[in-house]
Design a protein around this ligand. Structure first.
Ligand SMILES: Cc1cc2nc3c(=O)[nH]c(=O)nc-3n(C[C@H](O)[C@H](O)[C@H](O)COP(=O)(O)OP(=O)(O)OC[C@H]3O[C@@H](n4cnc5c(N)ncnc54)[C@H](O)[C@@H]3O)c2cc1C
Length: 451
């Protein structure tokens, strides 16, 4: 069919490559290889999303959906890009302890809407990440060890499927699609909103301990030993990097190899202080931001980077961390690495390891830790970064169960995507892809092919 027989009629703005604003609209947090769509629809409503999907399907065009652009998994060439940033509404029902989250809302907006009610969402460590996309990939957040994956708390989705229908999807209405959306990513349609559970939270003790790796070489192993002692109320991670010599980096950090232990504890400051004593005793601290935090500010506790940049990463979900593997990681990703490398470790387990009565396809729930390596890259450095990530992750392969797709930034091939799921779940996902999007209208995801 030609464009004329399927005209595009939406309330939101429409951008084509020659239009002013096209580049701003397609560019999100990830700056490497942005989408090069023939048409961008800046959706303002579920109806806009429906019209954009129907327009693409009617004209034989592919579709990609972008919220804040943290998780760009490959660029759409031509086709229709639906940007959801204008759909950022959040409606909290304090009595039901739920939030209705529109497709483009960031976690910071959900946290801000829930906090006045003493409630917290299953938000991630970076406030500017899109809540819906994060949840479609499972979602391992600040409350993860206490409350599990974000996807486990979804009550209802609203989605436009490849047939152009706007559907409400619950466990009762469409059990298969409801299952697939809780971990299968953006492969099954354009989600326009999600209803998700919230948790009562009384007190948060959170922040970051900064260590100079040169002075405390076994800081990662010290954290690993400490994680074996903490309750489920404590979720923590480590970010380790060599800070570049750049003017925007605070002077004391420039050029230093730093391990930042990130802690989010659901409890009183007294509890928290006691809990972190063994960490503070690991060695001299460069900085200590641990303190009681108001719920509304809790999302900033992990001090994630906020400036858009170009990056690639890979990761492994592992059953354990050996001291030797951690020592290898410190070396491979340290000052002699050919490109800058940000190591990320997350302590999993707790509620993450206990599937709900009706789980989705989120894989490897029995993983004890996530190990990720990320590099800011300039065009042309991708291969160097890939080789470095492979080398840095090699010591963990013996303990590896697979990958987390949420923490894999950049394109993955079919075999790599498959590693995120149990074999039976992957098969079911491919069958449901065939049922709901057999023509692969929805592109630029960590792709699950139709079978
Ligand atoms: C700094 C940083 C911190 C992070 N922290 C965490 C964390 O703590 N826990 C965690 O689990 N993950 C984390 N992530 C990963 C993040 O959850 C995923 O990358 C997520 O997909 C990003 O969503 P987005 O909306 O920000 O990105 P986008 O790039 O806008 O979206 C990512 C993908 O989701 C799909 N998608 C987006 N919107 C829709 C929609 N409405 N319908 C269907 N599909 C859609 C598309 O495939 C899209 O390519 C982090 C990422 C970064 C960069």
């Amino acid at each position: 069919m030609n464009e004329q027989s399927n005209a595009l009629s939406v309330d939101g703005p429409v951008f084509r490559p020659e239009d002013g604003g096209y580049d701003e609209e397609r560019t999100g947090y990830q700056l490497l290889s942005p989408h090069r769509a023939a048409v961008i629809v800046g959706a303002t409503s579920a109806e806009d999303v429906r019209a954009a999907v129907a327009y693409a399907a009617g004209n034989g065009l592919k579709v990609a959906v972008q919220a804040s652009g943290h998780g760009l998994a490959g660029a759409l060439e031509g086709g229709v890009l639906i940007t959801t940033g204008r759909m950022s509404g959040v409606r909290v029902d304090p009595a039901a302890r739920t939030a209705w989250i529109e497709a483009g809302a960031k976690w910071e907006q959900v946290v801000a809407a829930a906090a006045p009610h003493g409630l917290a969402p299953p938000a991630g460590s970076a406030p500017s990440v899109g809540a819906v996309s994060y949840t479609l990939g499972g979602g391992v957040g600040l409350l993860a060890r206490r409350h599990g994956f974000a996807a486990d708390h979804v009550r209802r989705f609203e989605i436009v499927t490849a047939d152009g229908r706007l559907r409400e999807v619950t466990a009762e209405s469409d059990p298969d699609l409801f299952w697939a959306l809780r971990g299968g990513g953006g492969n099954f349609g354009a989600v326009t909103g999600v209803e998700i559970g919230l948790f009562p939270v009384e007190s948060v003790y959170a922040g970051v301990l900064h260590f100079d790796v040169g002075q405390v070489p076994d800081v990662l192993d010290g954290w690993r030993r400490w994680t074996a002692t903490v309750p489920e109320e404590t979720t923590s991670g480590v970010a380790m990097l060599v800070y570049p010599h750049l003017p925007m980096i605070p002077e004391p950090l420039r050029g230093r190899h730093v391990a930042q232990i990130q802690i989010f504890h659901l409890g009183t400051p007294e509890d928290g202080e006691r809990l972190v004593e063994p960490l503070r005793a690991l060695g001299p601290l460069m900085r200590d931001s641990l303190r009681e935090r108001p719920l509304a500010e809790a999302g900033e506790a992990f001090e994630e980077p906020v400036r858009p940049h170009a990056y690639r990463s890979d990761n492994r979900l592992v059953t354990g961390l050996s001291p030797a593997a951690l020592a290898g990681l410190v070396k491979a990703a340290g000052p002699s690495a050919p490109v800058m490398c940000v190591v990320g470790l997350r302590h999993l387990g707790g509620a993450l390891a206990r599937p709900p009565a009706d789980p989705g396809p989120v894989g490897h729930r029995d993983a004890a830790y996530l190990v990720s390596v990320l590099s800011p890259v300039e065009p042309g450095e991708e291969r160097t970064a890939r080789d470095l990530h492979r080398e840095a992750l090699a010591p963990f392969e013996d303990a590896a169960l697979g990958r987390s797709l949420n923490f894999a930034f950049g394109p993955l091939d079919e075999d790599q995507v498959r590693t995120a799921y149990a074999p039976g779940d992957y098969r079911r996902l491919t069958e449901l892809k065939a049922r709901y999007d057999g023509g692969v209208l929805f592109h630029a995801n960590h792709a699950i092919p139709p079978r």
